[in-house]
Design a protein around this ligand. Sequence first.
Ligand SMILES: [Zn+2]
Length: 256
Amino acid sequence: MQIVFHEKYYNSDYAMDPAADQGRIESIMDIISNNKLYEIITPEPATEEDILRAHTKRHLDSIKRDSLLYELASLAAGGAILAAEEAYKGIPTFAVIRPPGHHASADSCWGFCYFNNISISLLKLYAESKIDSAFVLDFDLHTGDGNINILSNREDGFSVKILNPRSGERVAYLNEVREYMENLNDIDVFVASAGFDEGIEDWGHKLYPEDYTRLGELMKDHSERICEGRRYALLEGGYNHSVLGKNVDAFCQGFQ
Ligand SMILES: [Zn+2]
């Protein structure tokens, strides 16, 4: 499988928040870059046209007022687009991108997010008539309100189902995801808002590394059942640098 990554994602100067912390991306790449199973590919920034499929001109202009933030946020969105394009070709892809995106709505953002990376990537595939539907598994600790606001109940015919599992205990949580996926049909691509802040050693204190492997396996098994295995995942949260890389690697082992 492939890993989308760019050296500029190491830059921690664009914001003062836990997602922008120095050492966070290093904690992932220190593990991922040593595994020969993963091929690393490098993205280009998203264009304004790409960003404006998900966001208002007003929001785009507000981010552009900070040139470093705009450079990195558009590069994260570009990483999402590259992952989506590879997934569409049938190559499972995980994007180690920053800043995250699932709390960014069309005209606003919060929660360490600026552009909605998932929406920008899916809406590009939809605009190119490559897909008509998608499934989003958001296993971040926090509900991806931006994903829901942009992708749910669309009037343009693009159909997106989103699951933010909320079961309070790990076995029930995995069962909730499995049961939801077993009832899915007619989906063109699977994508994960892959936050790792539900980790047993992270803010949510719930999921073990093997649980992330299981989530990856479920994404693989059901995308292979429904849409020829087209699947990708984008990094969202995850804040304990001492375990973040281990959890991302655990997910990828099931996902690949
Ligand atoms: Zn989160």
